[in-house]
Design a protein around this ligand. Sequence first.
Ligand SMILES: [Cu+2]
Length: 141
Amino acid sequence: MKRRFALSSVAALLAAIMVWAVGGAVLGTSRSEPLHVEITIHYSHYEPAAFRVPAGRPVAIVLRNTDPIDHEWIVGDAALHERHRTGTEPYHASRPTEVTIPALSTITTVVTFASPGSLQYICHLPGHEAYGMVGTVTITP
Ligand SMILES: [Cu+2]
C-alpha cells in the first residue's frame, strides 16, 4: 500500500514537471518587461496548444502562420467563443485578444490576462475548430 502511494506521488510529480515544461515557452524576467510566447500555426494546428502565464502582466504573443491560408487566434471564455461560432465578423484587427493572421505571416499581439483561470484560444474560421485549432492558456495567480 505504501509502495503504491509512492508510485502515484512520482506520477503526480512527473505530471507537474510536464505542465511546467509546457509553461517553459514563456520567457522574460523583469517585472516591467512583457513576457514572450511564440505560437506557430502549422497544418491548422497551434503549437504549443497550451501555455501558462501569470495574471496581470503583459504577454507579447507572437503568432507565426506557416500555412498558405488565413487563421485566427481568438482567446476568451466559453461565452465569447460561442458568440464567435455564430458570428459574422470576417476580419479581426481591433482587439488584442482577437487576431487574424494572414497566410504566411507573423502577427504580434500584447495581452494582459487580468485574473487567474483557464481560457481557450480558437480559430473560428469555418471548420478549423472542429479540425483541432484549439488551445488553452492557463493564467496563474
Ligand atoms: Cu484557422
